[in-house]
Design a protein around this ligand. Structure first.
Ligand code: HEC
Ligand code: HEC
Ligand code: HEC
Ligand code: HEC
Ligand code: HEC
Length: 304
């Protein structure tokens, strides 16, 4: 039956040792094999982290003299905080540095702040939207068409991007930016509050789905197609706020609810797949354990 290593036929401890080794190796290999789906997921995640996300980040020079000089003793104390704040920002994490906003040349310290190298310096209050909007194009458009954008252009009384987001310590945005403290400086908070209510349910759903994706990712599951899809919906939804048009947000809510329901279904399917994969791996493991045990019994059983 293709079993060569039995006690009786050979009666040689060396061969028995070999049989033992063979068995152990076999079982070890099978154990490893059953772990494969999880490690393949980890590998993919590593790959994504290493390569795919790089498309977001601006190419950063090896030595960045803007940051070096602005963090040094030469800098005036009032400006020292800026580099610190920037280091803690979402922009820093995404590879957006001083020169990506202010222009200039981070590689040449003697010319770095020269207009000849594209340095634009500090924008004036009313210039900030265009300054940020060269990257956040969709948001700029909605902002310029909004009550806020119009008020900024006509009388300078509207808030600019930095009024709500800050400029150097910019973090990921969410509806908590809408607060009594921030939104009651120029008009009653009531207006801001109706806006927050209009955004609330959609934001809550986006949050839930993000939490689900994070859980899947921790399990080593490939989630990037789902994550990208959700990111796109979220980005589109969040430009809406900048219209500060409560009716527009309310009218768009059912459209976004529909798209989020589709996204949710896909994420739920991934969860079911994960459960299936786990059960399947356990099943295979059990089969091999049984096979190992059978093999062992066959070897142990005297043939005469
Ligand atoms: C996301 C865009 C952005 C990035 C990145 C950025 N800044 Fe700024 N910075 C601004 C804006 C907008 C202002 C205008 C003033 C304000 O609103 O704070 C400004 C103002 C300044 C000022 C003038 C502050 C004042 O009080 O007059 C300095 C100095 C400065 N930035 C330095 C830096 C340095 C150094 C870095 C990198 C460590 C950096 N900035 C990165 C957007 C940016
Ligand atoms: C060798 C030192 C040094 C380097 C390199 C340097 N800065 Fe500055 N920067 C300064 C000093 C000093 C000031 C303060 C000038 C003042 O207001 O007295 C300043 C001021 C600024 C300001 C505010 C004043 C303005 O003109 O708007 C900005 C913005 C700024 N730097 C951005 C940058 C950026 C972006 C880079 C890289 C492309 C850079 N700096 C590189 C030393 C430096
Ligand atoms: C050079 C391009 C560039 C400029 C200029 C720029 N940003 Fe960004 N910003 C990015 C990138 C890239 C990200 C990270 C990707 C993302 O989260 O969308 C980002 C992220 C953000 C986020 C967080 C988005 C989230 O996911 O919640 C906010 C808020 C933001 N930027 C506001 C601003 C403001 C305000 C300014 C002007 C002071 C500005 N940005 C200027 C490129 C830029
Ligand atoms: C720097 C002043 C300022 C701040 C801060 C400010 N607003 Fe406004 N807001 C305005 C001005 C000016 C208008 C337009 C003129 C008007 O209708 O009074 C406006 C209008 C609005 C409108 C009505 C828009 C319309 O078309 O009917 C809403 C909603 C609104 N703001 C929400 C907010 C929220 C939410 C915040 C906080 C995140 C906020 N605002 C912070 C100045 C401000
Ligand atoms: C009146 C306050 C206010 C102003 C002015 C404002 N924002 Fe926002 N921004 C918010 C709020 C609140 C959110 C979160 C909306 C949500 O969660 O639906 C947000 C979200 C964002 C995001 C995140 C979008 C995403 O995909 O997650 C970016 C980027 C951003 N703003 C950039 C800007 C830029 C650039 C400007 C200027 C042209 C600007 N904002 C002006 C309050 C403001």
């Amino acid at each position: 039956m293709g079993l060569y290593f039995t006690h009786d036929r050979v009666g040689n401890p060396y061969v028995v040792g070999k049989a033992m080794m063979l068995r152990t190796t076999l079982i070890a290999c099978l154990l490893l094999f059953s772990q494969l789906p999880a490690s393949a997921g980890d590998y993919r995640e590593e790959f994504e982290k290493g390569f795919l996300t790089k498309t977001w980040s601006g190419e950063q020079p090896e030595s960045n003299y803007c940051i070096e000089c602005h963090s040094s003793d030469r800098m005036k104390p009032a400006f020292l905080e800026i580099a610190e704040q920037w280091k803690a920002s979402w922009h820093a994490q995404n590879g957006i540095a001083c020169h990506n906003c202010h222009g200039g040349d981070p590689k040449d310290p003697s010319m770095s702040m020269s207009p000849h190298r594209g340095f634009v310096g500090t924008p004036k209050y009313a210039e900030v939207p265009e300054f940020c909007g060269k990257c956040h194009i969709g948001i700029l458009k909605n902002y310029l068409d909004s009550g806020h954008g119009k008020a900024l252009r006509t009388s300078g009384s509207g808030p600019n991007c930095a009024t709500c987001h800050g400029s150097h310590n910019i973090q990921k945005a969410n509806i908590e930016i809408i607060s009594e403290q921030r939104c009651s400086k120029c008009h009653p908070y009531e207006r801001a509050k109706t806006m927050k209510q209009a955004l609330f349910l959609t934001e809550k759903k986006i949050d839930e789905l993000e939490t689900g994706l994070r859980r899947l990712k921790r399990e080593g599951v490939y989630v990037d197609d789902n994550a990208r899809n959700l990111f796109n919906i979220q980005a589109e939804f969040r430009t809406l706020f900048h219209s500060v048009d409560v009716n527009l947000v309310n009218d768009s809510t059912s459209h976004f609810a529909g798209r989020l329901a589709v996204a949710e279904k896909r994420i739920q399917n991934t969860f079911s797949e994960l459960r299936f994969r786990r059960n399947f791996a356990a099943f295979i493991l059990m089969i091999f354990a049984c096979m190992g045990a059978t093999l062992y019994l066959i070897i142990k059983t005297p043939k005469d």
